[in-house]
Design a protein around this ligand. Structure first.
Ligand code: ZN
Length: 151
C-alpha cells in the first residue's frame, strides 16, 4: 500500500510537471491570453486605433482655435470611443482590465474638460486637456497585447 502510494504521488508529480512545461509561454503574449482572446482583442482595437490616428485632426482644430470643429470632433468621430475603450478593457486580463478601465475614464474626463474649454474658448486649458488625454490614451494602448503577426 505504501509503495502504491509513493508510485501514485510520483505519477502525480510527473503529470503536474508535464502540465507546467506544456503551459510555458511560447509566444510574446502572456500565457493567459488564448489565441482566440488575442484575436478578439485585435478586432476590438480597430476602431480605437482609428480614433488614435485621428487625434492629430483634433490637435489641428485646437491649434487653430477652431472651437466649433473641436466640439464637433469630440461628439462626432470620438462619440463611440468611450464605449469602444471600455469594451476592449473588459476583454483584457484582470490586472490590465482594472488599469485600462481607469485610463479610459481618464481619457474621457480630459475630453469632457476639453469640450468645456472649447465652449469657453479657453485655449491654454484646451491644450492642457488635450495633452493629458493623449498621455492617458497612450498609456491605455500600452496595456493592449500585440497579436502574433504584429509582434
Ligand atoms: Zn489624466
Amino acid at each position: 500500500m505504501r509503495i502504491f502510494r509513493s508510485i501514485l504521488s510520483l505519477v502525480l508529480v510527473l503529470v503536474t510537471t508535464f502540465l507546467v512545461s506544456c503551459g510555458s509561454p511560447s509566444a510574446t503574449a502572456p500565457p493567459t491570453y488564448t489565441p482566440e482572446k488575442l484575436e478578439q482583442i485585435q478586432t476590438f482595437r480597430i476602431p480605437i486605433d482609428q480614433a488614435r490616428q485621428r487625434m492629430s485632426e483634433l490637435a489641428t482644430y485646437i491649434a487653430r482655435e477652431d472651437w466649433v470643429d473641436t466640439q464637433s470632433f469630440i461628439h462626432g468621430p470620438l462619440g463611440q470611443l468611450r464605449r469602444d475603450m471600455i469594451y476592449l478593457a473588459n476583454a483584457l486580463l484582470p490586472e490590465e482590465q482594472k488599469e485600462a478601465s481607469s485610463l479610459a475614464k481618464e481619457v474621457f474626463r480630459h475630453l469632457e474638460n476639453l469640450d468645456a474649454a472649447a465652449k469657453e474658448r479657453n485655449s491654454p486649458e484646451a491644450q492642457k486637456q488635450f495633452v493629458e488625454a493623449m498621455r492617458d490614451f497612450d498609456a491605455y494602448m500600452q496595456l493592449i497585447p500585440q497579436s502574433a503577426e504584429s509582434a
